[in-house]
Design a protein around this ligand. Structure first.
Ligand code: HEM
Length: 576
């Protein structure tokens, strides 16, 4: 009988021969044809059944008045969409979205985990206001803190006990007078550094550190050729790091910025848990950079401890009295709650400060410069808030012209500049917000004319790739195009202002970027200051301006290549 054949013991069919492989082949060949068919067809059937089952239309759950999220069909059980997701997540999501009966909500399966992908602004809003007990962020945040920043696993309980207190310190970035104090120090550094951005010297030793990193080449005493991305990225960090961590920090550790970049380049290696010795390019470099960052921050924490205990502080740290309120308060929390030096997590603040804003400045500047006529319009708009005045002269020696920036004026009265900031964020920022579904929950949002609700289940994840929405042609016409006035609005009286519409470059909910107001003012000041003070042209005049394609990251995209430029100081009215 057929059923008996299925249970035919192999030992009775053949005797073992010389090698195990030939034995296996003999055993296989001597099987009943139906068994063979089942063995070969089994995987095919599983794949077909998986595709069929996962392609069934979503259920409308009558009791809950909520639909099941439509799952994008897949072929291989458990593995699901893992391969295509890791190859090109946005391509996969676009495909799924185009087939989803509910548009911008659908689910993917990755290694047995369900990922509900949501890019509908209304549904996202609803997820963001859910309680932590329904949709959880803390477990994801801790995984990042531990894996990426390298906080010891054993410190988890200590962090749980001060999580809210530390978050409270981060909100100082949004509160007065703290935000203004930090901005004041940042803008002061910017004004000073921007005046001295280019030294026009041909001796490498006399170059500013940012010029050296940006590969400056001397052309003449009034012109320099240099890498624009590298230059602007460092200019931002040289203003904000001393304003946050105190002036001595960067003097003692001048390469700190580049250590943050190198560590950030290895983000996925850290999240995958690859050790430093793992034989893959960039892994060791990222680990070394992170350990240098820890050394620098540990050194500062040790000296802050000494200061608090009335002990001697290493003289090279100075008085440590220019450190921002946020870092001082974080230090007090760490110290008073018994955190050892190796457990303190200021690396997260340093990283957040450096990783997005400086690259955004580059993107905004390159978009402005490469759009005909735009730089002139922006210079005119910012002129009342970025002033350049003649420097002091003694005999034949003159100081550089003095730059003064009002971040208040730029934010409130320069809609074109601000609109280009939002547009650069829309095009180049790719933040994903993640949540874990902690208990069965229903999310709702307005879809066309009616409200739709979806049931999400405990143990699933919610991923909100905000770049998917920010590049959706249904919301943003010609989404690939840089449109300087996209975010400008005019009211009935003709008053012009800006509206960020539905973009979410800063994430959302309780974990939304706490540095967003600070970042906007810092970036607008830098962009306006650079454009008001310097003339920048492409080094290759024939090729003209080229906006580089992007390298996708977890946040702000990096350019695929540098932008080589020629820079001169602008000629001011008293010089003509
Ligand atoms: C253009 C510049 C910036 C962008 C686009 C940006 C974007 C983001 C994003 C997407 C998040 C994660 C939000 C989420 O999980 O939903 C975040 C978190 C954060 N950012 Fe920013 N950021 C910028 C600049 C800054 C700056 C200059 C600081 C200053 C230190 C800062 C401080 C923070 C902090 C403290 C958090 C963690 C918030 C929390 O988990 O409570 N950011 N940022």
């Amino acid at each position: 009988m057929m059923e008996d054949d299925f249970y035919h013991p192999l030992a009775n069919v053949s005797t073992p021969s010389s090698g195990w492989t030939s034995g296996a082949w003999q055993a296989a060949l001597s099987l009943h044809p139906n068994v063979l068919l089942a063995l070969f067809l089994g995987p095919v059937l599983i794949v077909m059944v998986t595709r069929y089952m996962t392609g069934l239309p979503p259920k409308e759950l009558s009791g809950q008045k909520a639909s099941t999220v439509w799952g994008y069909p897949y072929w291989i059980p458990f593995v699901g969409h893992a391969f295509s997701f890791f190859r090109d997540p946005i391509k996969l999501m676009r495909e799924a979205e185009s087939q989803s009966p509910h548009g911008n909500i659908f689910s993917l399966t990755l290694g047995g985990t369900t990922l509900n992908i949501i890019s509908d602004p209304d549904l996202i809003k609803n997820v963001m206001v859910k309680k932590e007990s329904d949709v959880q962020f803390s477990s994801i945040a801790w995984a990042i803190v531990e894996k990426f920043f390298g906080i010891p696993k054993a410190s988890y309980q200590k962090y749980v006990s001060v999580w809210d207190e530390l978050n409270g310190h981060a909100t100082l970035l949004m509160r007065e007078p703290h935000m203004s104090n930090m901005l004041k120090a940042t803008i002061r550094n910017l004004e000073r550094n921007l005046q001295n951005m280019i030294t026009f010297v041909d001796t490498e030793i006399d170059l500013q550190p940012w010029e050296r990193w940006a590969n400056a080449s001397y052309i003449s005493s009034s012109e320099t050729e240099i890498n624009l991305m590298s230059l602007l990225r460092d200019m931002t960090g040289h203003a904000s790091i001393p304003a946050t961590f105190g002036g001595a920090f960067m003097e003692k550790y001048p390469d700190i910025l580049h250590d943050v970049y190198d560590m950030d380049n290895g983000m996925y290696f850290f999240l995958m848990g690859l050790p430093a010795w793992f034989p893959w390019p960039g892994v060791m470099k990222a680990h070394l950079a992170r350990s240098r960052l820890w050394q620098a921050l540990d050194d500062q924490q040790r000296n802050l401890d000494a200061l608090a205990d009335g002990k001697d502080v290493d003289y090279s740290w100075g008085d440590l009295d220019d450190i921002s309120e946020m870092i001082t308060r974080r230090h007090s929390t760490f110290k008073s709650n018994g955190f050892e030096i190796k457990e303190r997590g200021d690396l997260a603040v340093l990283w957040a400060l450096v990783v997005n804003a400086p690259l955004l400045v580059y993107w905004q500047v390159i978009y402005i410069l490469s759009t005909p006529g735009l730089v002139e319009r922006i210079r005119e708009e910012v002129a009342p808030y970025v002033t350049v005045t003649k420097g002091e002269s003694i005999g034949k020696i003159s100081e550089a012209p003095k730059l003064a920036i009002s971040h208040e004026g730029l934010t409130k009265h320069c809609p074109l500049l601000r609109s280009t900031y939002f547009e650069a964020l829309r095009l180049r920022m790719a933040p994903w917000s993640m949540r874990k579904v902690a208990s069965d929950v229903v999310i709702s949002g307005k879809k066309t004319d009616n409200t739709m609700s979806f049931a999400l289940h405990k143990g699933e994840y919610i991923t909100m790739p905000h770049d998917l929405h920010m590049s959706d042609p249904r919301y943003f016409k010609d989404p690939e195009k840089f449109e300087p006035e996209r975010f400008i609005t005019r009211d009935e009286d003709g008053k012009v202002s800006t509206d960020a519409r539905t973009i979410r470059p800063y994430g959302g909910g309780p974990s939304m970027c706490k540095g967003r107001n600070f970042a906007e003012r810092e970036c607008l000041s830098l962009v306006a200051g650079v454009l008001a003070y310097w003339d920048i042209g492409p080094a290759d005049k024939k090729a003209g301006w080229v906006v580089p394609p992007l390298v996708r990251t977890s946040g702000m995209a990096r350019p695929q290549h540098e932008t080589r430029v020629r820079i001169k100081r602008r000629t001011f009215e008293w010089e003509t």
